[in-house]
Design a protein around this ligand. Structure first.
Ligand SMILES: Cc1ncc(COP(=O)(O)O)c(C=O)c1O
Length: 411
């Protein structure tokens, strides 16, 4: 995690360019450059806030860069899912009109004390009796601390499963709800269906589990929190629109008996920020259909390897003073990152201009989520250059899809 106040990013530039090609023409950068699109972030925030029928808590872990936080705030985000004291501090230092919620199920005692005492945080997630006791003690027995119990959900059609590490069973969650409510606290129930969840029905199923938990607990809920997981498009992955997820959530809520004052929350990360940046990397060497580029698995691109996500890509080629965008006559390539570790490979295949060569740049779209937050400086490579660009989001197109294998029978 590279939060700005712990590791100031020296290379922020306020320069703005029409698009990534214009940036390459002007800078010919040796290092990877993030091309941030604040207008895309603002629009994503506006759309989510208008479409979701409850509070939208942005999951700060997904991207804590100030430019992203500011654009989301301008788009209407006022609530933040924070998982650590540094994340809470970043939000508190930036905005005077926002609320942070401590959504990590396992917290440091000092973090709970400072969150409650110094930053006015009032909502704390727990999934274990010892954590509940910790929150009770470290908030000084305060009755206004709201306890949100995290329920484990079954692995659904999500690219990342978050159920194995956190979450209580319905019986355990019901016991925690009863204990906290019995101690005079307001209580809520939360879950996370997994990141990049491709099936809206996963939310309905999780809410069914929540309804069952509530039946066991027999206490009034102040909050029902459907978590994150709202997906975005990658090459080969075209999820349904947000409206379908909202309909599935409404269907799940219809099966629950909730007090009128119960609040509905969600905690999106990826869906708010993925399209808000593309990343421009440079080809340092071509060996057959392998391209050695200047960012990789230890930098911004671990999702390409570990989640197998294929981000949209196109070649930008400097020709004299100009930069050509090559989006036709494509071939299939794998990528090597810049470090010396053989793990630093992204097999793809990714469809790029067939004659791509050393000195070309590759623009990688949907690069605003879980990219720069996960980078390391292993081997001395750490992408940290940022500019603004004014064009639309760079999204996957049909041409980027793998060419289907035609069997003899089909021909
Ligand atoms: C508790 C919690 N909430 C929200 C998120 C954001 O999830 P997503 O980016 O899939 O929307 C995460 C991601 O790990 C999480 O752990």
């Amino acid at each position: 995690m590279s939060l700005p106040f712990t590791a100031p990013l020296a290379a922020h530039e306020h320069a703005a360019y029409a698009d990534a090609a214009a940036m390459v023409a002007a800078l010919r950068p040796e290092q990877p450059v993030y091309c941030i699109r604040p207008h895309v972030l603002r629009e994503a925030a506006r759309h989510f806030v208008e479409t979701f029928p409850g509070k939208v808590l942005y999951a700060v872990k997904c991207n804590a860069e100030p430019a992203f936080l500011d654009a989301l705030h301008e788009g209407g985000i006022r609530h933040f899912d924070t998982a650590s004291l540094p994340e809470i501090s970043v939000v508190a230092e930036r905005f005077a009109d926002t609320t942070s919620y401590f959504m990590h199920p396992v917290k440091q005692r000092g973090g709970i004390r400072a969150a409650y005492g110094q930053h006015g945080v009032r909502h704390f997630v727990v999934d274990h009796a010892d954590e509940l006791a910790k929150v009770m003690v470290e908030t000084g027995g305060a009755a206004d601390a709201v306890i949100v119990v995290r329920l484990a959900t079954a692995r659904g059609a999500a690219v990342y499963d978050l159920g194995g590490k956190f979450g209580a069973s319905p019986a355990q969650a019901a016991a925690l709800l009863r204990q906290a409510y019995g101690a005079g606290r307001r209580v809520g129930l939360s879950f996370h269906v997994g990141s990049q969840c491709l099936t809206p029905g996963s939310y309905t199923a999780a809410l069914r589990l929540a309804a069952h938990t509530l039946d066991l607990a027999g206490v009034p809920l102040s909050v029902i929190d459907v978590g994150g997981g709202f997906p975005v498009a990658y090459v080969g992955l075209h999820p349904p629109p947000l409206e379908d997820y909202v309909a599935a959530i409404r269907a799940g809520l219809a099966g629950m008996e909730l007090p009128a004052e119960c609040e509905l929350w969600c905690e999106p990360g990826r869906a708010l920020v993925a399209a808000g940046a593309s990343l421009v990397v440079r080809v340092e060497l071509r060996r057959d259909n392998f391209l050695y580029i200047n960012d990789g698995v230890y930098g911004s691109l671990s999702d390409l390897k570990y989640a197998g996500l294929r981000f949209p890509m196109r070649v930008l080629r400097p020709v004299g003073d100009r930069v050509e965008v090559l989006e036709e006559n494509l071939g299939e390539f794998s990528l090597f990152g810049p470090t010396c570790d053989a793990v630093d490979v992204m097999e793809g295949p990714y469809r790029l201009a067939a004659d791509v060569r050393e000195g070309d740049y590759i623009e990688i779209g949907q690069a605003g989520a879980y990219t720069l937050e996960l980078r390391t400086d292993f081997n001395g490579f750490c992408p940290d250059r940022f500019v603004e660009v004014g064009d639309g989001a760079f999204l996957p197109t049909a041409e980027m899809e793998p060419v289907p294998f035609l069997s003899a029978a089909a021909e």
